[in-house]
Write a protein that binds this ligand. Structure first.
Ligand code: AMP
Length: 279
């Protein structure tokens, strides 16, 4: 496994690959877990080589405190990557990526950026768009793998690729969960024992909402979920929304032709968790 921290070095290596080598790319912020590995294993199966980037991107954090506290576990990340036969790891510094100007480009994602996470995390998707575009330019992937855990991010990346005519195929990957249902996340390690033990409540509520959505109208389901969280002593719901999968616009009237998904963000103490389910 080759590890590069410099743009020039990874680009040189990629230039030397035999013509036609397919590159599967998995961008991450490190603190790797089995959810990340499921993307990498899939990329490995579907491409000649796999490149993983580890970069905690400062421009996508709206709260400095969250950036500082984001878990950084580079040694164990590298051994996990070796264990799944990752070929190339890219671990740049912020200086390498942004030089002396740590700012985002402004993007227009046709409104996708104004929904859900966009309402609560100012500038987050400009930061995501900026880093993913830069990484795509450096790595020149054939296919890039993104988890449905961050469903809005996945749709935004697809939009960016389409609008900029980038030559990369975006592959959505299923949400990987703990056995008790909690969606795997690098942030889970920062939960208190009490919050961690109670956390299966989140997915359990989403699954019940899905069942209710089969027979009840969306407003009733939304109210039911909000109420379940109000009753819970440990979690504070930031939002729960039912939206069209493609436009991410909030549901108005249920329409059989459309595909819907339920999305939520919840605070467990000061740790913010997100999850979603296809309805
Ligand atoms: P992150 O390191 O959190 O930026 O995540 C890197 C990639 O892994 C993103 O495409 C995420 O959506 C994906 N990912 C993170 N957690 C999961 C999970 N539990 N299941 C599937 N994909 C995930």
């Amino acid at each position: 496994m080759l590890v590069f921290a410099k743009i020039k070095s990874i680009q040189q290596k990629i230039k030397e690959l035999p013509k036609g080598t397919s590159i599967g790319f998995v961008p991450t912020m490190g603190a790797l877990h089995k959810g990340h590995l499921s993307l990498i294993e899939r990329a490995k199966r579907e491409n000649d080589i796999v490149v993983v980037s580890i970069f905690v991107n400062p421009t996508q954090f709206d709260k400095q405190e969250d950036l500082i506290n984001y878990p950084k576990t580079i040694d164990s990340d590298l051994s996990l990557l070796k264990s799944v036969f990752c070929d190339i790891v890219f671990t740049p510094t912020a200086q390498e990526i942004y030089a002396n100007s740590i700012v985002s480009t402004s993007f227009n994602f046709d409104g996708l950026e104004h929904q859900m996470e966009g309402k609560f995390r100012t500038g987050h998707f400009d930061g995501v768009g900026t880093i993913v575009k830069k990484l795509f330019e450096i790595v020149t992937p054939t296919k890039a793998y993104f988890g449905e855990k961050d469903f809005q991010q996945l749709q935004i990346i697809k939009k960016m690729v389409e609008k900029n005519h980038l030559h990369v195929k975006i592959i959505p990957c299923d949400i990987f969960r703990e056995e008790d249902g909690l969606a795997m996340s690098s942030r889970n390690t920062r939960l208190t024992n009490e919050h961690r033990s109670a956390a299966p409540f989140i997915y359990k509520t989403l699954k019940e909402a899905k069942i209710k959505f089969g027979t009840e109208n969306a407003l009733d389901v939304i109210q039911w979920v909000e109420n379940e969280f109000k009753k819970h002593p440990l979690f504070e719901l930031e939002y729960f929304e039912i939206a069209d999968e493609d436009t991410l616009l909030t549901i108005k009237n249920k329409n059989k032709q459309q595909k819907y998904r339920a999305f939520l963000a919840v605070f467990a103490g000061n740790i913010r968790l997100i999850d979603n389910i296809s309805l």
